[in-house]
Design a protein around this ligand. Structure first.
Ligand SMILES: [Zn+2]
Length: 116
């Protein structure tokens, strides 16, 4: 499950921004459906990985964004959180993908402070 290594690298990056003596409270990320990362798996393993790394107070906050598709058959634009969604108008799977491959560390919450 590669989400475990993703979780630990997120915590590593976040921890680098935590001032001495402060606790990391939250790690905020954005996950798109085409990022190759399962938000559910990440959420599932995050708490135990964080605890193992000495950041048991840290919680993961995930913003799930939909991907935007433009249908090549009928020209419709539609959004979906799944890559397997067909065009709602003509059921075609031929489309251009505009976004949805994002995976970013947006912000972290630290005791008393809030910074990126
Ligand atoms: Zn269509």
């Amino acid at each position: 499950m590669h989400e475990i290594s993703i979780a630990s690298s997120l915590i590593e990056q976040a921890a680098a921004h935590v001032p001495e003596g402060k606790r990391l409270l939250a790690v905020r990320v954005t996950v798109g459906p085409l990022s190759g990362i399962s938000a559910d798996s990440l959420e599932f393993c995050f708490d135990s990985v964080a605890a193992d790394m000495g950041h048991g107070s840290a919680r993961l906050s995930i913003t799930r964004i939909p991907a935007c598709f433009e249908c090549l058959t009928c020209g419709a634009c539609y959004k979906s959180e799944s890559v397997y969604t067909e065009c709602p108008l003509c059921q075609s799977l031929e489309r251009i993908t505009y976004s949805g491959d994002r995976f970013t560390l947006d912000a972290i919450d630290v005791e008393d402070t809030h910074h990126v």
